[in-house]
Design a protein around this ligand. Structure first.
Ligand code: SAH
Ligand code: SF4
Ligand code: F3S
Length: 452
């Protein structure tokens, strides 16, 4: 018998959205049969994967500066007679593969989001010869067939990709170019993955897609996201279902109705609006107005009164005047957000907005961002504060920083800290909320409050 090969160390750094988080886990899964175990120290890694994001210029530049550091580590390893393979995955890989190899020759291979199932082969090839360093074809179905079979979840919550790609072509955004067209996984495959997750102790599943509510069940029964959620809620152990990210255009009546009667569907919705100015929304090609968005939120709250709403906003889109920005602030007041993500417009080469007149000065963007953040912050604090005194069901996920403490999540996705025994990890337990901070809540087990 020959001795087993020494374990190889894999370091993965993930940027960008939750889709990338999911993909990184799948890459680790597909590499583990080849003997790769995870390390969090890149300097000692045999294989370094950067799973990248192209959404804003800053995100992209981070990747190049990280590659500079990794290159030094590779050189240091080489000096010690060891090797390091550097792979760039994700949306920067898809969007500027050639550019990456030109700017950073230490990169061994570049692999786009639809080609991760080819990683073992690509790595083997790169060990043999340089040259075939780029794989970026769009063939999502094959990717999922290969990647989801070996999945080992690490906690009581898990992401599950159900949809990829985007056909919306918002004029500021690179995603339709980096992730290809909208494509839905077959419902039966998703159900099988969800069953396997539940059997391994997962209680909460977040369905992922660049346009997750455009989910259409692919070649199955053509069910939408609501049908899929109902189907997954039947699986024993799947107690909570979330989904992200949605587009207002695809928020249909069946999904809104499901929020009213499907207990497993959590009352938290991330529904990006981007701007409150109709002129800007039109220039963004968003296909909704400020008013239609606010009406939609009203309809959703009519179905589920306590729905917490979150959103994405861009300030300083080309042509945005003070009055347009004021309209955004007004929309924020009308909706009342529980949380939000805000961005300064970043000019992305190749997107229509990059060539639009009226690019906004950086100082103006900074000033608008600060004002918008102040308002959204105030709303988030008020939302958290409004939970104080309530008893919320909390799914405990992991130990907290303090002795005896666990951290979990409320139905509204707030982090909740409480003193609780470790065996409660994976349980949904009533917690009376006693205090609210900006980012989290703390409370006491409700049963501890009632005398035996
Ligand atoms: N598919 C999702 C997520 C897209 S990316 C959606 O439609 O909501 C996440 C967020 O990044 C977007 O909602 C948008 O607010 C922001 N974003 C995208 N491109 C941007 C750009 N060029 N500049 C600034 N923010 C951008
Ligand atoms: Fe980008 Fe718009 Fe598609 Fe979202 S809907 S991914 S913002 S193009
Ligand atoms: Fe970034 Fe690609 Fe996600 S550009 S936000 S990693 S889809």
């Amino acid at each position: 018998m020959s001795a087993p090969a020494p374990p190889k160390r894999l370091y993965i750094k993930t940027y960008g959205c939750q889709m990338n988080v999911y993909d990184s886990e799948r890459m680790a899964d597909v590499l583990s049969p080849l003997g790769y175990g995870m390390t969090d120290d890149p300097a000692n890694a045999d294989l370094v994967v950067l799973n990248t994001c192209h959404i804003r210029e800053k995100a992209t530049e981070k990747v190049y500066s990280e590659l500079g550091k990794i290159r030094e580590m590779k050189d240091a390893r080489r000096a010690e007679g060891q090797t390091m393979t550097i792979a760039v995955a994700g949306c920067v890989a898809q969007a500027e593969g050639e550019e990456i190899m030109r700017r950073q020759p230490a990169v061994d291979l570049v692999v786009g989001p639809q080609a991760y199932h080819q990683l073992p082969e690509l790595i083997a090839r790169s060990h043999r010869a340089r040259g075939e360093r780029l794989s970026a074809e769009f063939a999502p179905e094959e990717k999922f067939d290969v990647l989801s079979a070996t999945r080992r979840p690490t906690g009581v919550t898990a992401f599950l990709t159900v949809q990829e790609g985007c056909d919306k072509f918002c004029t500021f955004c690179v995603v339709p170019y980096t992730r290809g067209g909208e494509w839905s996984r077959p419902a039966a495959d998703i159900e099988a993955e969800a069953r396997s997750l539940a059997a391994q102790g997962v209680r909460e599943i977040t369905l992922l897609g660049q346009n997750v509510n455009a989910y259409n069940g692919a070649n199955d029964a053509g069910e939408g996201l609501a049908g899929l959620a109902r189907r997954l809620a039947e699986i024993p152990g799947v107690d909570r279902i979330r989904y992200t990210t949605s587009h207002p255009r695809d928020m249909d009546d069946t999904l809104i109705a499901a929020h009213g009667d499907l207990d497993a569907l959590m009352p938290y919705l991330h529904l990006p609006v981007q701007s409150g100015s109709d002129k800007i929304l039109k220039a963004m090609n968003r296909a909704h107005t400020a008013e239609s968005y606010v009406r939609l939120i009203e309809k959703i709250r009519a179905s589920r009164a306590d729905m917490a709403i979150s959103g994405d906003f861009i300030v300083g889109f080309p042509g945005e005047r003070d009055s347009d920005f004021e309209a955004t602030l007004q929309l924020v007041r009308d909706v009342n957000y529980a949380s939000a993500f805000t961005f300064k417009y970043s000019r992305r080469p190749g997107t229509p907005a990059a060539a639009m007149p009226g690019q906004v000065a950086e100082e103006v963007k900074d000033e608008r961002l600060a004002r918008l953040n102040a308002l959204l912050d105030e709303q988030a604090r008020a939302f958290n504060q409004s939970q104080v005194g309530r008893i919320l069901p909390v799914l405990f996920e992991r130990p907290g920083r303090h002795e005896g403490q666990l951290i979990g999540r409320s139905p509204y996705l707030q982090a909740v800290h409480a003193i609780a025994p470790p065996h409660m990890i994976g349980q949904i337990v009533p917690v009376r909320i006693e205090a609210a901070a900006r980012m989290s809540l703390s409370g006491v087990l409700a049963e501890a409050l009632t005398p035996a």
